[in-house]
Every structure is written in structure tokens, then in C-alpha cells.
Design a binder for this molecule. Structure first.
Ligand code: TIU
Length: 230
């Protein structure tokens, strides 16, 4: 089924059978107090605004039969996949692997590493565990997307200028057309959110397109409902 999503710098024609929704790192470690995001000195409440729009798009994507993929940033319990350069930042008691109120910080299998309950994956939805900021680095995401014949990605998640931007740049170089849903993304720095999105869509969509949840919901509606004016 084909649909058009309003976006900047211009609308994008989607083949929904070749479009996936990717929800990046909506983990307790980034969104809830006591996790990785807070140990970095951030006000994690700033990310909460993205949850409801993200949930609305997630529900619509599921109803439309889109492939839905979730990612989680984190490391093996023995930290063997974590570069020293990444671990050795911040106070030792607050580093990756240190114990916190949600378990060891950014470690797979710990409560803080998991996805927030509101956006929890359904049985069968792929979850990509990634050691880096980009979802393609050291993961099987590219193989999975190619096996499903995916060409377009609707992108949600946190944080806009870190894992979302890195993933979109990686995806763009691999030939995927990314449409980033602005209100489904968030940053600890509102100014970085704005400029992160501006960088994606500048120069005629140099990395991708920027849209929002309401445009995504309109595009994902069944065709009969799209004709009905509300
Ligand atoms: N610190 C920050 O803004 N983000 C991250 O460390 N990871 C993600 O963006 N997921």
C-alpha cells in the first residue's frame, strides 16, 4: 500500500510494505531517574514529551502492519564489548557497569536497560541490542532490514542528536530513506534537538526528512479513512 507523508523539505512517498518504524533506545536508562542519562548530568524528564507521540505512532504502525523494530543501547555484563574510551568517563561510581537503582548502568539484562513499559515491544518485534550510538554499528540491523525489503524508515527515539542522528546518518549511507518524526524524538538539550533535526533535513534532505506524529498518523490510516474529513 502506498501513502504520502508530509515532511520537510518535501513530502515523501512511502510503500508501506517497504517501510519500517524504528524506535531508538526508549530505555529506562535514558528516560527514568537513576539511569545512564542522569549519571551523565542530565534532566531526564525532558525526554518524557516524546513518549505519547511515539506510542500513538507505534500503535498506528502496528495496526497498519508495518515492521516495527526497537533498539537498546547497552553492553555485555563483562563489558567485553564496551570500548575503554567509552567506559572511562565520569565518576567511577556512575560509569557504565556501576550499580544503580535500576541495576548496573547500561548493562543488558538489567532493569534500567529495558524499554519503558509504555513502548514495550510486542512478541515477535525485533529488538536490536547495540553497543554504540548508531544502530547499524556491530549489529545485524542492516541484514534484517534487507531481508524484509525495507527502503524507508520512520524514526522515533532518543536522543535526537546522539543515537537518532548517528543512526540516521548510518542508514542514509546504506541507502535507506529516513523520515524522522520530530515530536517522537527528544534530547536533554532542546537546542540540540532543534539543530539535530535541522541538520538532517538541510541541503535538500542531506541525511533524511523531518516530519511529525500527526503526519505519520495520517499517512498510516487505512485509505478509506484518509478520505474522511474530520
Ligand atoms: N547521552 C545521550 O544523549 N545519548 C546517549 O548516550 N545515547 C542515546 O542517544 N541513545
Amino acid at each position: 500500500m502506498r501513502a504520502t507523508i508530509h515532511a520537510e523539505p518535501e513530502a515523501v512517498a512511502l510503500d508501506l510494505a517497504r517501510t519500517a518504524l524504528i524506535v531508538i533506545d526508549m530505555q529506562r536508562d535514558f528516560l527514568e531517574p537513576g539511569g545512564f542519562g542522569e549519571t551523565l548530568g542530565n534532566d531526564v524528564s525532558l525526554l518524557g514529551a516524546a513518549v505519547a507521540p511515539c506510542k500513538a505512532v507505534l500503535d498506528a504502525a502496528r495496526a497498519a502492519g508495518l515492521l516495527v523494530i526497537h533498539t537498546r543501547e547497552g553492553h555485555r555484563p563483562d563489558l567485553s564489548d564496551a570500548p575503554k574510551a567509552k567506559i572511562e568517563r565520569g565518576h567511577p561510581s556512575m560509569r557504565i557497569g556501576a550499580p544503580g537503582p535500576m541495576g548496573r548502568i547500561l548493562i543488558r539484562g538489567e532493569p534500567g536497560h529495558d524499554i519503558i513499559p509504555e513502548l514495550y515491544p510486542l512478541e515477535g518485534e525485533p529488538v536490536i541490542d547495540k553497543p554504540g550510538k548508531g544502530a547499524f554499528y556491530a549489529t545485524d540491523l542492516d541484514a534484517l532490514l534487507r531481508n524484509f525489503g525495507i527502503q524507508h524508515l520512520l524514526v522515533c527515539g532518543v536522543t535526537t542528536e546522539v543515537c537518532v542522528n548517528t543512526t540516521v546518518r548510518e542508514a542514509n549511507d546504506r541507502g535507506y530513506r529516513c523520515v524522522v518524526l520530530a515530536d517522537c524524538c527528544a534530547s536533554y538539550f532542546p537546542e540540540f534537538h532543534a539543530i539535530g533535526l535541522a541538520m538532517i533535513k538541510a541541503q535538500g534532505a542531506i541525511f533524511g526528512w523531518v516530519s511529525d506524529s500527526s503526519a505519520a498518523l495520517a499517512a498510516l490510516k487505512p485509505p478509506a479513512l484518509r478520505l474522511v474529513k474530520s
